[in-house]
Write a protein that binds this ligand. Structure first.
Ligand SMILES: Nc1nc2c(c(=O)[nH]1)N[C@H]1C(S)=C(S)[C@@H](COP(=O)(O)O)O[C@H]1N2
Ligand SMILES: [Mo]
Length: 403
């Protein structure tokens, strides 16, 4: 396996101890002048310096660097990758997309044909549903302008038969899966990575067959030559190296639809605990504080400011609130430099006023137009969730102001 073929690393990343964090704050102090700015902050002060988080893992290549976040569209060198079956080798000349199954007009399309179809751009924040499940896995999210052709008209051209209810998307990456391992019913099957949705959903969502990211040809690691883009859904639905779209009349139960990326939640009903298992699909409302800065006020006091991002399933986010220590929730301001698009994150910022030396905790929560509030780790919605997928709880950030 080459380093590129590694799937996400589930081992915890070593965390900085206190001394290292202080060392880092000194290192940042020296970097003051080059600290990135978010364009909209009219009143951003040149005296602002970064207050490093005490619990932030080291920045890794090809991952989002929250504290240095500047761009609304994530630069390619901060884009993470997940591929459960490794990266497939693809012969670009021989590459074809097949649309078959319960359609009256199956199609086999080369990339030239796909590129000659009507082009559309779709802005979308893509997040792995495991992102936020631990301190070591907080950086698997990125925002892009995807370019490609909409799927719905193409499906229509293939004339789905009246029995078709399900659309399955397969990647070129395959692996041997073992069912009922270690039993006398053990079964080994070679399967492609696959995900599905109902035909109704596939026609209603603005799905895109994408071949560009940010106006440039998409990179192989992001799914080139062709990937599915599913606005409002977690990363797993966005099948890379898309080679086949199959229509059928029964549910697809592949590993990443039905056995893995399954969320288990407990719920009490009539005094009994019921466990619900659902396939990871639509994204949840989420926000995070990305960066905290301080500005000296004299006599050991500083003024704190927090910057962050909020995103969800496409429902407009009404507001983000920030809490300092055990204080009241205060409404943050939107960063007007970042665009607004329903399927993308929005950047926010908030002045938190004056604080003294010591440790402080900052938390953010998003609230959407349906009235949903991003839950805390203690709320049943999260506390009774048994699996780590869909990690959208409020995330407390710890900082230390040195005396
Ligand atoms: N073909 C294929 N597509 C895939 C996967 C995969 O393993 N194979 N992983 C999915 C998961 S779990 C995530 S989070 C996203 C990551 O997309 P990226 O590598 O472009 O960041 O790809 C999705 N698409
Ligand atoms: Mo993922």
């Amino acid at each position: 396996m080459t380093p590129n073929q590694r799937t996400i690393d589930s081992k915890p990343i070593p965390f900085m101890d206190r001394r290292a964090a202080i060392g880092r704050s000194l290192q940042y102090a020296a970097l003051t002048l080059s600290m990135p700015t978010w364009a909209a902050f009219e009143n951003q002060s040149s005296q602002e310096t970064l207050v490093p988080f005490l619990d932030m893992p080291r920045t890794r290549p090809n991952r989002l660097d929250w504290e240095m976040l500047t761009d609304w569209i994530t630069p390619q060198d901060q884009v993470f990758n997940v591929q459960h079956y490794g990266m497939p080798e693809i012969d670009l000349d021989a590459f074809r997309l097949t649309l078959d199954g319960l359609v009256n007009k199956p199609a086999v399309l080369g990339m030239d044909q796909i590129r000659s179809m009507p082009k559309k751009e779709q802005l979308m924040t893509l997040e792995c549903s495991g992102n936020g499940s631990s301190k070591g896995f907080m950086d698997a999210v990125y925002n892009s302008r995807w370019g490609g052709t909409p799927l719905a008209p193409l499906l229509q051209q293939c004339q789905p038969s009246s029995e078709a209810t399900e659309v399955v998307f397969y990647g070129a990456d395959t692996k041997e899966e073992v069912l009922r391992p270690g039993t006398n019913r053990e079964l080994k099957i070679e399967v492609p990575f696959g995900r599905s949705m109902t035909l109704k959903e596939a026609m209603a969502l603005p799905l895109l067959l994408a071949y560009e990211r940010n106006g440039a040809p998409m990179e192989h690691r992001n799914g080139a030559p062709l990937r599915l883009i599913v606005p409002g859904y977690y990363g797993v639905a966005n099948v890379k190296w898309l080679t086949r779209i199959e229509l059928r009349d029964r549910r697809y139960m592949g590993r990443y639809m039905a056995r893995d990326y399954v969320t288990v939640r407990a719920r009490e009903q009539d005094g009994e605990i019921i466990h619900e298992e659902t396939s990871v699909g639509r994204m949840n409302l989420k926000s995070i504080i990305a960066r905290v800065t301080q500005r000296p006020l004299g006599q050991g006091k500083v003024a704190l400011r927090a910057y962050g991002a909020a995103w969800g399933d496409g429902t407009p986010i009404e507001r983000v609130e920030v809490q300092l220590n055990d204080g009241a929730w205060q409404q943050a301001r939107w960063d007007e430099s970042s665009q607004t698009s329903p399927y993308c994150w929005r950047f926010f910022w908030m002045d938190l006023g004056e604080v003294g030396p010591g440790d402080h905790t900052l938390i953010s929560r998003a609230i959407d137009q349906k009235g949903r509030i991003q839950p805390s780790a203690e709320d049943d919605e999260i506390a009774l969730k048994k699996t780590y997928w869909e990690a959208y709880a409020q995330w407390p950030r710890q900082i230390r102001i040195e005396s």
